[in-house]
Every structure is written in C-alpha cells, then in structure tokens.
Design a protein around this ligand. Structure first.
Ligand SMILES: Cc1cc2nc3c(=O)[nH]c(=O)nc-3n(C[C@H](O)[C@H](O)[C@H](O)COP(=O)(O)OP(=O)(O)OC[C@H]3O[C@@H](n4cnc5c(N)ncnc54)[C@H](O)[C@@H]3O)c2cc1C
Length: 499
C-alpha cells in the first residue's frame, strides 16, 4: 500500500511478534491514536498492559490522516444539534477542546518533537445554497461561546469562489507518526507494558470472570479488553457494521517553497481539505479530495489519477506522496466510545470518528482508561455505543449504512469484471464459488476467494495497490489472499484452486 508523507518517519525498530501465551490485566487491541492514548492514560495505575498491533506500529489510519487537531469540524455542531440537542453538541465541543489540551500536555510532558504548531481552521463553501447552514453554524458557535471570523485573507482562495467561511483560532496540526512514536517511546520504558506487532487478534472468548483473546495461535488471558482497532473485527456484540459506514479519500503531499499557518475544509461534497506542513528540511502542501463513501468510486486507478492531477493543477508540481485513507462514519455524527454493550462490562470499544480521529481518538483514550479504572468521566453518556437510534438518524442509517452495503454488494454481483481491471484481474466462478484471479507481469495467476470473510461482501480489485478490497466494510487483502487490513481477521487464500 502507498505510504503517507508521515510514514517516512516510521520507526525502523521492529517490535516483538507474539509467539507465546500471556496473561495480563488489560489487553489493548490496536496501536493507533486510540490504543496508544489509552495505554498512556493507564501509566501509573499498576495494571499489566499488553498492546497487540495487527500490522507494524504506525501503519493505521492515524498515520494516514492529514494530522489536523481542530474543534471546527466542517459544520458538525448543527449536525449534532439536528439529531439531538444543544447540550449534546456542547459536550461534543468540550470533548474536542479537552482532547487538544491532552495532546498538548502529552507533547509537553514527554518533550515529543512532532511538528506540532498552531494553524487557524477554516470551513468554507463554494456553493451559495450552503450559506444558510453557515448562518446556523455561527449561531451554534455563538451559543458555545466560540470566537470566530468570517473572512480570511490568503492568495490560495479566489475570493469570488468562496461563498461563505468560518475561521477559528487556537487549533493545531502535527505529524501523527512522530506523535505516536513519542508515545510508544514512553510506553516502552514501563515494565508493566508489553508491545507486540504483527499480532492480529481474531477472536475473543468469554470465560467465568476473564477473557481469552487469540492472536498468532497464542492465547492472551485478560480481565479487561480495549478494542481500539479502528473497526472492530467482530459483529456481535456492538453491531458496528449496522450502525456505521465507511468513507475513503485520496491525499497527496507536494513540496512547496513555504508553509502557511492555516488549514481548510469544504462543507459540501466532494470534500476538499488541505493544510501545510513543515518538517526539518521541507515544506509540503497536503491536499485531500475525491472523498466518497466506500461503495462509490470503485475505480481506484481513476481516483488516484484524479488526486494526482488535482495537486498538479494547484501547485504545478507532481506530488511527492499520494496515499489513501478510510474512516468509520456514524449516522448521528457522534463516535461510539465506551462499553461495547450493556451486558459486557469489561470490553470497551472506540470507533466512528467521522474523519476527526485525532481529537476523538485522544478523548477516547481518556474515556477508555477511566472505564478500565472504573472512574467517572463526563463524556461516557454522550459517546455511549449502546445509545438508542432515534427517529432523526434513522433516515441517515437507511441512506448511508443500508444503502451503501446494498449498493456495494449489488455492484460487484452484477459487474464482476469492470472494464478498468479486466486485463489485470478478473472474477470467475469455479466449482460454484466466486474466485478472484490476478495475473502478474510474469503471467502467473494469483487465485483467491472473492468473498470477504467478515460479512461475505464480494471484493473489488484495486489496481493501484494490487489488493482485493471490500467495498462494504473496508477489509483489504494482498494478491495472495493475506489480510492486510481489517475488519476481516481471516485470509482469503484458496487451498487448491480449480480454475
Ligand atoms: C482521508 C482522511 C483524513 C483524515 N484526517 C484527519 C485529520 O486531519 N484530523 C483528524 O482528527 N482525523 C482525521 N482523520 C480520521 C483519523 O484518521 C481516524 O479517525 C483515526 O486515525 C482513527 O484512529 P484509530 O486509533 O481508531 O485507528 P488506527 O490509527 O487505524 O489504529 C488502529 C490499529 O489497529 C490495528 N488493528 C486492526 N485490526 C486489528 C486486530 N484484529 N488486532 C490487532 N490490531 C488490529 C490496525 O492495524 C491499526 O494500526 C482522517 C481520516 C481520513 C479518511
């Protein structure tokens, strides 16, 4: 898979791979911003903690984000208000502010060099019909007591194109890989923390008063489990696939001569989001476009080329990095953080950050650590994953979650071999089963099952990364059928292909 700009700073040191049974007080599954912040908040509590990462550390969604830390998140506060009420929107706002404070504290306490810098945040629109929404968001910000501005002077915008904007100060950007690496370095110093990578958890079994989790054919006995793997690999409990949908985007980073201290996002689809970044040697313009639901835009090569060309148009240069990222979206605009279900008191999840995971993953790290420690936290109710679906978000659930899955499933059912990858890969029926075949440059066939083990969606071939991708829930597999990204935790290898 294509690496992000941040992943050039990846830790060359490898971590241990789990190869023995272990016993621990707390098991954290997944080493992104959520898992590592949870672990950080457990320091000093005398728990033994095991962190299992399926891939290498610093390879997940966090390390492919645009690294903005902001409480101005498109037009989020009215979205939440429309589903719930002002108090809920206020708690969400306070959680974002607390998260930014916590990141600042972690950076300061541990002297983490992660290019953390102030960057004004802007939400803007190029569509006249969006103006009433901006008026409404301003009213929300007034009630929240947020100081905002309605103009911004920069040569990046053609002023005529911008129909409305909101800008706030005291927001930040950072390099998420350097930040997580800083936290990993802190955790490594504590003997009661054990970190393993290339250790994908594929099952959890409940025993009397403890759990057994399974990874690499080893057992992990634990009292409490934090499932911070972006998208839980199990469906029950929690029913996450029925409460969420996935959005993906293409991002590029191009070297430019200087940086600017603001970041921006459009309020309307297709989303455009950008920021600047300066590290030791270079300045970059980071630009995200082509954002869509996972079930849309399945021609990955075209999306990639469009992203590349968009950067060339703006900067006049070929980007140095182009990569893709996905995030889990909720239908009521609020993440799912807390006890996985009312019956499971010691299994906690965090997902559904709606593309704002730097703040939400951070606050999740605090909430989950408090839950592990049986401490109170004022955000437990607002993020409760078992909250009821109300009449106002049922419409979103039907149009986003249900429709997305049906669309993705039907597309691949009807259009087994779309023109754009027919010469490289194809899907056929063999002995009544759907198999995917990729033909490499040496004319070798790589044959795999075409059905995702997670929830049985049909897989689409991704010509850019040479992977088989699930258009329903985002699992990804290499051409030989090894799972490289969940929620699936199983491969799609076929023992004896008959083609
Ligand atoms: C295009 C794009 C841009 C974004 N930009 C921003 C931004 O600027 N600011 C912002 O706030 N948010 C942004 N986000 C959102 C943000 O990237 C995510 O919400 C956040 O990174 C999720 O963090 P996480 O810890 O849940 O997941 P991850 O960072 O993905 O961590 C989860 C880890 O769990 C591991 N794992 C998975 N399954 C298992 C298993 N079974 N066993 C063990 N380990 C497992 C994975 O390998 C992974 O390393 C963006 C999202 C997208 C799509």
């Amino acid at each position: 898979m294509k690496k992000s700009l941040w992943q050039k700073d990846i830790d060359k040191n490898k971590y241990k791979i789990l190869n023995k049974n272990v016993s621990t007080d707390v098991l954290i599954i997944g080493g992104g911003i959520t898992g590592l912040t949870t672990a950080y908040n457990l320091i000093g509590n005398n728990h033994s903690v095991v962190i299992l990462e399926a891939d290498r550390f610093l390879c997940g969604a966090t390390c492919k984000s645009t690294g903005k830390l902001t409480y101005l998140q498109d037009l989020k506060y009215q979205d939440i208000y429309n589903v719930y009420d002002f108090n809920t929107a206020k708690l969400y706002y306070e959680a974002q502010k607390d998260a930014i404070k916590l990141v600042k504290k972690i950076i300061k306490e541990n002297n983490i060099h992660c290019d953390f810098s102030r960057s004004d945040s802007i939400t803007y629109t190029t569509k006249k019909e969006e103006i009433p929404k901006f008026d409404k968001e301003r009213k929300m910000l007034d009630k929240l007591g947020v100081k905002y501005y309605t103009t911004y002077t920069t040569t990046d915008f053609k002023n005529d194109d911008i129909k409305d904007l909101i800008m706030v100060k005291n927001t930040y950007v950072f390099n998420p890989v350097k930040y997580l690496k800083g936290i990993l370095d802190v955790l490594k110093k504590h003997n009661n923390f054990e970190l393993y990578e290339k250790s994908r958890v594929c099952k959890i079994k409940k025993e009397a008063d403890y759990y057994i989790a399974y990874a690499n054919d080893c057992e992990i006995k634990t009292k409490k489990i934090v499932v911070s793997c972006h998208y839980p690999f199990f469906t029950i409990p929690g029913f996450i696939p029925f409460k969420t949908y996935i959005e993906k985007s293409y991002i590029n980073a191009t070297e430019v001569s200087k940086t600017k201290s603001y970041n921006a996002i459009t309020s309307n689809y297709p989303v455009i989001s950008f920021r600047y970044h300066k590290d030791n040697d270079n300045c970059y313009f980071i630009y995200l476009n082509n954002s869509s639901k996972l079930c849309d835009k399945l021609n990955y090569k075209r999306n990639y080329d469009e992203c590349l060309n968009a950067a060339k148009l703006i900067t006049g240069k070929t980007p140095n990095y182009v990569w893709t990222n996905m995030d889990v979206m909720t239908n009521d605009f609020i993440p799912l953080i807390g006890k996985v279900s009312d019956d499971e008191k010691n299994v906690f999840i965090a997902t559904g950050y709606n593309t704002w995971g730097m703040t939400n993953g951070t606050i999740a790290g605090k909430i989950l650590a408090d839950l592990v420690n049986c401490k109170k936290n004022k955000y437990i109710n607002v993020f409760n994953p078992s909250r009821n679906i109300n009449a106002k978000n049922i419409k979103n659930l039907i149009s986003n979650t249900l429709f997305s899955n049906v669309k993705a499933y039907t597309f691949n059912l009807i259009k087994k071999n779309p023109t754009w990858y027919k010469n490289k890969a194809r899907v056929i029926k063999s002995n009544g089963k759907r198999v995917g075949i990729y033909i490499d440059n040496e004319k070798n066939n790589h044959v795999v099952s075409n059905i995702c083990p997670h929830l049985k969606c049909f897989l689409t071939f991704n010509e850019v990364d040479k992977t088989w991708d699930c258009p329903c829930h985002g699992s990804r597999f290499d051409i030989d059928g090894n799972v490289i990204k969940g929620p699936s935790c199983y491969n799609i290898k076929i023992d004896e292909p008959k083609i």
